[in-house]
Design a protein around this ligand. Structure first.
Ligand SMILES: [Zn+2]
Ligand SMILES: [Zn+2]
Length: 738
């Protein structure tokens, strides 16, 4: 019998991450992913992170083979669901890799998504990377110091069935066409290997029409994925196919872009992105690319260079005025996530119980989120009994939406209802019958005069990016080249990777001395260490080099917190002579409250964890423990005490409650240095983020991810690994043995 698999229409989202990637949700497990994909109405999802051995082990344990190259969840792992497809979600093996390397004298940071046909190929890729001594176990999205073109060659040698897709191609810092560390074309990056690139990913920062403006992208099909870091974000971008369910058919559809098989993409509005337009947040200036070029990329209020966003980058290398000049266009649908719509209608945040309840009940009736957003007729949606939702979806599908573009780090907003439509956002109006009158016209694909932009561009000279120039320092003869560079680097974030015996303390002291030498006032400098010993040593060294009377503040994290609490003790209902209690005092207090001997250490641990993670007593799942915690806190207050964790915990709370105090410290410390950065915990990390909120602050951290010693204090090496993502403009120096 000749059996031919049937074609079906389905939605797929390939670029996601697992709980092994940095800064991702712990719920990124196969069972939660399958469940959430099901609720959203996504049939095929990428596994994400197949380069991580532990993740592939988990996938192998929880999945079984389905159609060719696809997998599904084992019956026993399925979570209860109300969606219609009862978790017949398919998994397809994908991974994202970050390549950082130098080409033509410029540092390149490129992300790519790789599709693998089976576990065998995934394992071969893992083995090859490990053979070449790359670290693939500390991050689900590994960073490789390898030319991405060479990596493509290497992977194709392993299997010619892999698909290689440049990821989110317009993000400024981590993509092939990105403004900061990318290229001006696919060919410049992949050279003769470009012929193996069939598709590129739009990412969240661009939609298909933006890409259609560049004729050099015509030969690549446009794929759209969510890059989800939590199950809730699945399907923010996605693809629609009409093929048989199998790896080969899907890959073939992506490669050919045949519109009867690769139907199109689902894209949420890129205008919401933090860097869509250009501008200067402090001066409240937001410009489209044309306005920016008219102002010579300068802020008209303060004269500083504007932060230039993604749309400007697209305009800069575009060669079309009208996006629909591209012939091989696929369908694309601009959607707003259902929870965002419900949140706008109810005036409640997306995470509230109220919105979640309405969302869940709608999914029960409609089968999935995408059924509502995309498939059901307006008449059918009306039958769900929600008049406002019906109107919202009608407007969204017609692109009749209000948009405020994001710029210079500030998120944009897309709204369905105008400010003066009073019935939107009123409590309990969700099911009320109302009449709507919309005066909006559908939004254009491109909303500024690109023709005028192209004319002006001919005469506009872009100021070249200033490379950091590091001058010779006074300490030139006493240090090696890498030490010298980290000492001489004056402004902007830097990470100094330094193991034991590399002259770390000396480098830090010289760096502070050099800042003072270059005119930075010592009062504006703060250096934080982990031990008093390190603190004293740095102070001693600075004293021996610097002639000034004034010294910068050098303290341990605890000492720093202590000095702030001392200054503002009354704001936290203590007097200036508050006492810091130790573990013995803690035990005594808990025993007095009536905690059993064998429970004391457990409770101490629990309290400490809550404080180090900036949580509240109510976050403890156990109501008895919560009660003890609250009594304990009351006693500390009554006795005019803090515990050791409070030195950071209460300082952060103080800053949150009294913004003006935080501002004082932000204005004082313009340069901050942190020693042993691999040892910081979450509360310390947040404290630093609060003190230095800018995108590229004068923050210098020193550490060695392989040397974390403060594990028992909740230290987390992920923060040092995350540094280059927190501060994408940062420079990294590696100190070698001196
Ligand atoms: Zn990425
Ligand atoms: Zn300005």
């Amino acid at each position: 019998m000749c059996y031919k698999a049937k074609k079906m229409k389905f939605i797929a989202d390939f670029h996601i991450h697992s709980h092994y990637s940095l800064a991702t949700s712990s719920e990124l497990t196969p069972e939660h992913l399958a469940h959430k994909a099901n609720v959203k109405g996504i049939k095929v999802i990428g596994s994400g992170d197949f380069t991580h051995p532990k993740w592939t082990a988990e996938l192998k344990e929880k999945l079984i083979p389905a159609e060719e190259g696809l997998f599904k969840l084992k019956e026993e792992y399925k979570l209860p669901t109300t969606a219609f497809d009862s978790q017949e979600t398919r998994f397809l093996l994908t991974a994202e890799i970050s390549n950082i390397y130098k080409k033509h004298d410029k540092v390149r940071k490129i992300h790519s998504v790789i599709f693998a046909p089976d576990f065998e190929v995934a394992t071969k890729i893992q083995n090859e990377l490990q053979k070449q001594k790359f670290n693939i176990t500390s991050d689900g999205r590994p960073i490789l110091g390898l030319d991405v073109k060479k990596m493509l060659e290497m992977f194709l040698d392993i299997s010619d069935r892999i698909l290689f897709v440049p990821a989110h191609i317009w993000t400024p810092w981590f993509s092939i066409l990105g403004d900061k560390s990318g290229f001006n074309s696919v060919e410049e990056c992949f050279e003769d290997m470009s012929k193996y690139i069939y598709a590129v990913e739009t990412g969240l920062s661009s939609d298909p029409p933006m890409n259609w403006l560049c004729s050099f992208l015509d030969k690549y099909n446009l794929l759209s994925n969510s890059d989800a870091h939590s199950p809730d974000k699945l399907g923010r971008n996605a693809n629609i196919f009409d093929t048989t369910l199998s790896y080969s058919s899907i890959i073939n559809a992506i490669k050919t872009g045949n519109p009867t098989e690769f139907i199109g993409t689902i894209n949420f509005f890129p205008e919401e992105g933090k860097y869509h337009y250009d501008g200067h947040r402090k001066c409240n200036i937001c410009f489209n690319p044309l306005e920016t070029i008219r102002h010579n990329e300068k802020c008209p209020v303060c004269g500083k260079k504007l932060t230039v966003g993604v749309m400007s980058r697209v305009a800069e290398i575009s060669d079309r005025i009208n996006p629909i000049e591209r012939k091989n266009r696929l369908e694309f649908y601009s959607l707003i996530p259902l929870k965002e719509i419900l949140s706008e209608i109810s005036g409640k945040s997306e995470t509230t119980k109220e919105v979640t309840q309405v969302y869940n009940s709608l999914v029960v009736k409609a089968g999935s989120e995408f059924n509502i957003l995309l498939n059901m007729s307006i008449e059918e949606i009306k039958n769900l009994g929600n008049e406002k939702l019906t109107e919202a979806i009608k407007r969204m599908r017609n692109r009749e939406v209000f948009i405020k573009e994001g710029f210079d780090g500030e998120f944009g907003a897309v709204k369905v209802f105008g400010k003066d439509e009073k019935n939107a956002g009123v409590k309990n109006m969700l099911f009320a019958e109302t009449n709507f009158e919309t005066t909006l016209t559908p939004r254009n694909l491109i909303s500024f005069d690109l023709e005028e932009y192209h004319k002006l561009k001919l005469t506009f000279k872009k100021e070249p990016e200033k490379d950091i120039i590091i001058e010779k320092t006074k300490f030139h003869s006493q240090v090696n080249e890498e030490q010298e560079a980290s000492i001489g680097h004056l402004e902007g974030a830097l990470l100094i990777v330094a193991g034991p015996g590399t002259g770390k303390t000396r480098t830090l002291a010289f760096r502070i001395a050099n800042l003072i030498e270059k005119g930075v006032s010592p009062e504006n400098i703060l250096a934080i260490t982990f031990t008093n010993k390190a603190s004293l040593e740095i102070k001693k060294r600075i004293k021996s080099i610097v002639l000034e009377d004034k010294m910068p503040d050098v303290a341990t994290f605890h000492g720093f917190g202590f000095s702030i609490l001392k200054e503002y003790s009354t704001k936290l209902d203590r007097t200036k002579d508050f006492v810091i209690i130790d573990d013995k005092d803690k035990k005594n207090i808990l025993k007095k409250i009536g905690v059993k001997e064998n429970q004391v250490n457990l409770i101490i641990d629990g309290i400490s964890k809550v404080k180090q993670n900036l949580k509240e007593p109510s976050d403890l799942k156990d109501s008895e423990a919560e009660k003890i915690f609250n009594i304990y806190e009351n006693i500390l207050e009554k006795e005019n005490c803090f515990d050791l964790d409070d030195l950071i915990y209460q300082t952060v709370k103080l800053f949150i409650k009294f913004n003006e105090i935080l501002t004082l410290y932000q204005e004082k410390y313009k340069w901050i240095m942190i020693d042993e950065y691999q040892d910081i915990n979450y509360s310390q990390y947040q404290l630093i983020r609060m003190l230095m909120p800018d995108a590229n602050p004068n923050l210098c951290v020193i550490g060695d991810p392989n040397q974390a010693i403060y594990g028992f204090r909740g230290a987390d090496v992920k923060f040092i690994n995350k540094f280059i993502y927190d501060y994408p403009a940062s420079k990294v120096y590696q100190l070698k043995k001196s």
